[in-house]
Unconditional design. Structure first.
Length: 295
């Protein structure tokens, strides 16, 4: 039996974080039907930002002029990622949306490696996405694919800016600054969907979704990163598209075809392989590197 004082394995916390993120996305589908994708993103970000402000003190005094751009950019990337991904869920299955979005961080890992051979992995993932969307069936939802690609671009940008912000601020402190920025930006597209027919009953639902992502998963990822290398963590996170399919199957009853399962396998394989050359030495000034939670 596990001792009461023995910590949980780091991998189990990372897996729990991924499951929570995908559960939040799946459960968001019901709220999207009530307040729209942008409204759901706004409520999640606003309540999540409020929670981070309560549990973490933003390191405002440490902000220098050169920090303003990355912090604002990180907030914008978070907003784009959330709105675009939830908008994609209005048109395509959860697992497909996650796999397409995953192209963003995959491309970043390949480009930053400096090796042209690493570009083979995003190409392999793209083959997997084609198998997932099955364009030969004539039913590909281009709007959903477009939103998922936009979310992937936001995720890739988020990773790049997170590394800059993570060199200056601790992960939880940076979220206490950037998530409220994302909520403020999302207000312009989210508030018009929520306020006209506002129903107080959506607040506890949105609060639960905000806890599922990004609040609790971020804490779990932060704890996992303290005991794992970033390469091991990134390799493990490559399983996220598979978790997206699994949660979509269980919660939303979205059943992939045999060809789509092959597509997911290719995306996961590409993600794991890309991480092998995706290491980065932490900057001396960084206390914690933000694990880049997403939609």
């Amino acid at each position: 039996m596990r001792s009461a004082r023995e910590p949980l394995p780091a991998w189990s916390m990372a897996v729990a974080a991924m499951m929570m993120i995908q559960l939040s996305s799946a459960f968001s589908v019901g709220l999207i039907e009530q307040v729209g994708a942008s409204g759901t993103a706004w409520l999640r970000l606003a309540l999540g930002g409020l929670i981070f402000l309560i549990i973490a003190r933003p390191q405002v005094r440490r902000i220098r002029r050169q920090d303003v751009g990355p912090l604002l950019g990180l907030g914008v990337a978070s907003a784009v990622m959330s709105v675009a991904f939830l908008s994609a869920l209005e048109h395509i299955p959860l697992g497909t949306a996650v796999a397409i979005e995953f192209l963003g961080p995959l491309a970043v890992a390949a480009i930053r490696s400096g090796s042209s051979r690493m570009l083979a992995w995003p190409a392999l993932a793209l083959v997997g996405v084609v198998l997932l969307t099955e364009p030969w069936e004539g039913e590909t939802n281009l709007i959903g694919v477009g939103f998922a690609l936009l979310a992937g671009a936001g995720w890739g940008t988020y990773i790049l800016l997170t590394q800059k912000v993570g060199d200056r601020f601790t992960g939880i402190s940076s979220l206490a600054m950037t998530i409220p920025i994302a909520a403020l930006i999302t207000t312009f597209v989210g508030a018009p969907q929520v306020i006209p027919d506002f129903d107080w009953r959506v607040l506890p639902i949105a609060l639960g979704l905000a806890l599922l992502s990004p609040v609790v998963p971020f804490v779990l990822e932060l704890l996992a990163l303290r005991r794992m290398t970033h390469t091991a963590f990134g390799t493990l996170m490559s399983l996220e598209p598979a978790f997206g399919v699994l949660i979509g199957l269980i919660v939303l009853h979205q059943i992939p075809s045999f060809v789509q399962w092959i597509g997911i396998g290719l995306v996961v394989l590409a993600g794991a392989a890309a991480q092998r050359s995706g290491t980065r030495a932490p900057a001396p000034a960084a206390a914690e590197l933000d694990p880049a939670p997403h939609a």
